[in-house]
Design a protein around this ligand. Structure first.
Ligand SMILES: [Zn+2]
Length: 249
């Protein structure tokens, strides 16, 4: 379901959008950005405009590259958008009774072997859960599906690199801001945050974060002791986010 630009108040930055549209992004970046453009007409148009620019460059250089039939139209961008919309609508027909099928964008569903096979990890005490969806080839960045319970607040923490969150359903509250479906929240390295969900419903979100470099902060700092005791013996590589969450249970 593509919304009007006005409905999405926050977006991935241009550099990330460009990497994805030109096929230069890793799988985690690609999935979360393509999930965002599922909601956002502004970024949808930008995505196709960047692809069109690349095609034009090839043509101006006399390259043997052919122009995709998708982009050959009186109005190539709108033509491509319409075609894409048709594809999305056909994919939106429910084919499963799993409620996640209705919440996850088709591009994410298509990337998974099965929704039923997702492995979930929860913080103690349970405030929600996360499941690892994808990891880039070099094991640097991971993409998670997160579900935060209504009204719950996750333990305070920070990351050593940027963390991106895309809201899929419900409300995600972080840094004094409220983000709704399709909206993009990004924290910078070292930013402390303890996101929460709206009171009335679960918050479903995609979270892209560096595999390591996660640390509890503020009143939740005691949790780092458990991490060190159970998953970070001397000389071992730093624990992954999944290992850290498991150490809390
Ligand atoms: Zn956008």
């Amino acid at each position: 379901m593509i919304n009007d630009a006005e409905n999405c108040r926050s977006h991935p930055d241009d550099a990330m959008l460009e990497r994805v549209s030109l096929g230069k992004a890793d799988i985690t970046e690609t999935l979360i950005v393509e999930a965002h453009i599922h909601y956002c007409m502004r970024c949808y148009k930008r995505y196709f405009q960047l692809q069109q620019n690349l095609q034009n460059e090839f043509q101006s250089l006399g390259s043997a590259e052919t122009v995709s039939p998708l982009l050959i139209d009186d109005d190539p961008i709108l033509g491509a958008l319409n075609d894409k919309l048709d594809i999305e609508v056909s994919k939106s027909v429910p084919s499963s009774t799993d409620p996640l099928q209705q919440i996850l964008p088709p591009t994410v569903v298509d990337s998974l072997e099965t929704l039923a096979g997702l492995r979930w990890n929860s913080f103690w005490p349970s405030k929600g859960k996360v499941s690892l969806l994808a990891e880039d080839r070099v094991g640097r960045y991971q993409l998670f599906l997160g579900i935060i319970d209504p009204g719950a607040t996750l333990p305070g923490h920070k990351h050593s690199l940027n963390e991106q969150t895309l809201v899929l359903k419900g409300r995600y509250i972080a840094g004094g801001q409220t983000f709704e479906a399709g909206e993009w929240s990004e924290t910078r390295p070292g930013d402390e945050h303890s996101p929460s969900a709206g009171l009335d419903e679960h918050c479903y979100c995609l979270i892209r974060a560096h595999k390591q470099g996660f640390e509890f902060t503020g009143p939740s700092r005691w949790r780092n002791v458990l991490v060190n005791m159970f998953t970070y013996p001397c000389g071992a590589p730093p624990p992954s986010i999944v290992e850290i969450i498991k150490s809390q249970c």
